[in-house]
Design a protein around this ligand. Sequence first.
Ligand code: HEC
Length: 261
Amino acid sequence: MSQDSFPQPTGRPDLDDLINVTTAHSGDATAAAAREHRNPGADKEPLSIAAFALCAVMLVIGGTVIGKTSGSLFDYGASVKPNYVRGKAPGVADDIALPPKPILDLYVKKGQSLYSAKCNGCHGADGKGDGVNYPSLVGSAWSTGHSERFSQIILNGLQGPTSTGKVYGAGVMPAQGGGMSAQDLAYIMTFVRNSFGNTVGDVVTAEMAQAAIDLAAKRPDPSAPVNADELKSYEKDLAGAKMDPTTLVDPITLKPVEAKK
Ligand code: HEC
C-alpha cells in the first residue's frame, strides 16, 4: 500500500513530508519525547542503603549522648514547674508515706537479705557457722567488738587464726567488699551485731561504713586479707556521728522524721 493513497494531514510537523525522520530522531530527545512532560522522579536515585545506615548510626550516637548528658530529658522533676504539687487521688489519705521505723529495726531488716546473699553460704542462716570450716558469728568477739575491726574483716577477708585463736577450713575468708556500697555494708554490719542473739544495740551508719571503705582502700596491699596482727590496729570504732538506735526514720529516704501521733 502506497502512502499516496492517503490524504496527508497538515499541521503536524513531524509527519510532514519535509521532515527527514532520521535526522529529526537523531538528537538526544526525539520530537515525540520532547513533547512529553518529564517524569519528575527520573533523575532521582532511590535512597541509598548507605544513607539509611548513616541515619541509624546518627540516631544511636545522638540517643546515647542525650541519654548520658541530659538525664533531665526523662526526669519527671525537670519536666514540671517548680513547686508543682501533684494532686492526690480522691479518697486517698492525707499522708500516704510509709510509717517511720526505728533506724535499728530498719537496718537489721535490710541487712538480713544482704546477709542471706553474702554470708549465709558460709556462716549459716543462724550465724553459727559449722564449727569446722566456718566460725560462728554468734558472740564472736570480732563481730560484736570494735566496729572498725569487724568492717575490715568483711571488706578484705580474713587470714586465720580467728578471734578464738582457731583456724577454720582452708584458713581464709575471701573478701566480701567487692561491689558493696557503704549503705549495704552498714546494713550487714548492723544486722550481724544485732541478730542471732548478738545484742550490741548500735547502728553502723552509712557514714561509718564509708570510713571503713576508705580505710580498706588505704591498706598497703588492699587485695590481701587482714590477719590477727593487722586487726590490732583496728581496735576502735569507725569514725562518724553515732545515731540513737531508736531514731525514727522514713523507710524510703532513711532520713529521720518527726514522730507522728
Ligand atoms: C566463702 C565463705 C565465707 C563467706 C561468704 C563469708 N565468710 Fe566470714 N569467714 C569465713 C571463714 C573460713 C572464716 C574463718 C577464717 C579463718 O579461719 O582463717 C571467717 C571468719 C569471719 C569472721 C571472724 C569471726 C571471728 O570471731 O574470728 C567474721 C566476723 C566474718 N567471717 C564475717 C563474715 C560476714 C559478715 C560475711 C558476709 C558479708 C562473711 N563473713 C562471709 C568464710 C566466709
